[in-house]
Design a protein around this ligand. Structure first.
Ligand code: ZN
Length: 202
């Protein structure tokens, strides 16, 4: 088991570095798909000021690791540092909404029998847009993540089942589990026919 985990960590780091090479900022994830590094502020009470006001949340200004998606980087040295601090990581997350790609993820769920793929096709027909050829990541539960790039001047927020049941959007402040990640539910991999594609503009 320990050996398998070490292999998963090495594999996740390799995939994370290659995603970073494509301009995608990454963080290590644990088997639960959560950021592998816990917040250095999780036990802090001094964020509450004298007047009872809660201070601004730290997004990494303290210089420590463990600020979730705010740790995300495209710098190979920084990524190796993050993974070295989290040797239990078996996957990686790709931060959405950051330049240069302003990545948006369309998360098509198949849980609880929702047919989110045909819901998306129906939306596309109704609103006269086409679903471009783009990177598709297959999830262990049979779902799919479509990767798109957004316009730089629009902040696309996260949403769950707002477009249609089973369709979630990962935008600014969110992240997508990267292909090559292993989680407790299984493996995430790029659909073979789309692995060479760049994320298409939405
Ligand atoms: Zn901090």
């Amino acid at each position: 088991m320990a050996t398998i985990d070490r292999q998963a960590t090495t594999l996740a780091l390799a995939h994370a570095l290659s995603a970073a090479e494509r301009g995608l900022a990454v963080i290590p994830l644990s088997r639960t798909k959560l950021p592998a590094l816990r917040s250095p502020h999780r036990d802090d009470t001094d964020l509450v000021g004298a007047a009872g006001t809660v201070g601004p949340p730290c997004h990494g200004e303290c210089g420590l690791l463990g600020h979730g998606v705010h740790d995300a980087s495209t710098d190979p040295a920084r990524i190796r540092e993050l993974f070295a601090a989290a040797p239990w990581a078996t996957g990686y997350g790709i931060a959405c909404g950051l330049p240069p790609h302003h990545l948006i993820g369309i998360d098509l769920d198949t849980k609880s029998g929702t047919d989110s793929s045909s819901a998306l096709r129906e939306l596309a027909l109704r609103h006269l847009f086409t679903i471009p050829e783009t990177v598709v990541v297959l999830t262990p539960s049979g779902g799919r993540h479509l990767w798109l790039t957004g316009p730089p001047d629009v902040v696309v927020p996260n949403s769950a089942s707002r477009l249609a049941p089973g369709i979630d959007i990962r935008g600014a402040g969110g992240y997508l589990v990267g292909p090559g990640s292993r989680t407790e539910h299984g493996f995430y991999g790029a659909a073979p026919a789309t692995a060479h594609l760049a994320p298409a503009p939405c």
